[in-house]
Ligand binder design. Sequence first.
Ligand code: ZN
Length: 287
Amino acid sequence: MITFRIKIGYPMLRMRAWRNSSISTLSSTHVMTILYHRLWLPIILAALVVRLWNAPQVLDLESLLQAGNGKEDHQERSVLVLTAHPDDEAMFFAPSILYLIESGWDVYGLCLSTGNATGLGEIRKRELVESYRILGVSADKVYHLDEPSLQDGMNIIWEPEAHILPYLQAHLEKQPVKHILTFDAYGVTQHPNHMNLPRAAQAIGPAVKVITLKSPSVLSKFTGVLWILYHKLFSRSDPDVAIVISSPRQWWAGIRGMLEHRSQLVWFRWLYLAFSRLMWVNELVLL
Ligand SMILES: [Zn+2]
């Protein structure tokens, strides 16, 4: 009888076997032992994935909003997602929308244009509704505008108070909310149609809290899910920033939302979906 090592991953298992034994002549106990030691790591990883699949993480959103016991007040937990183009909601805000919906918030969407820069406005209007539906917002809560002063375009400036505010006020009179979720002044992509939205929202006044999506730096924008690991290991908590991290299930819902925007799925959007950390994480700041 000899002793030899079978490398089975981690840890090494020391086993005994007869000199001329083959796997077919090993006893069932030996086979079970080998299977157990070969499979424990995959089993743990699978359990971890299952555990994480339904485990969104939200850091300090409630304290950021100082919502108090707003759970009792339906309107207190209402939010309008204010975007510029169909697909903004899925590409940038999906983690927040999914979290808010699953936490019982009343979520509405207002998209200020049909995204008609290339003549696809009619198609994109329908894609907007379908994307929101995937994210959990029904069609009757999704609105869009198609106004001459708010047309989609890199060279078209939407003046916050002259162009955006009147329509936003009119919308809020019909559908009041306590919060607006929108871009920050950098607008994630520096698209001029994004960048003036927070100023218009702020002009509504103190009755509506404005939550802005913090634009990631260029480098960290495409770190994907790895940013979560970086955040866990190295980031310090900031009381002024709430962090919404999607579970894998929610990430997939965000991807499916974006897939509804078929007219926009050019090759570089696939790269975006694969590597953007905004599909996983939203950092939110109260304006
Ligand atoms: Zn946009």
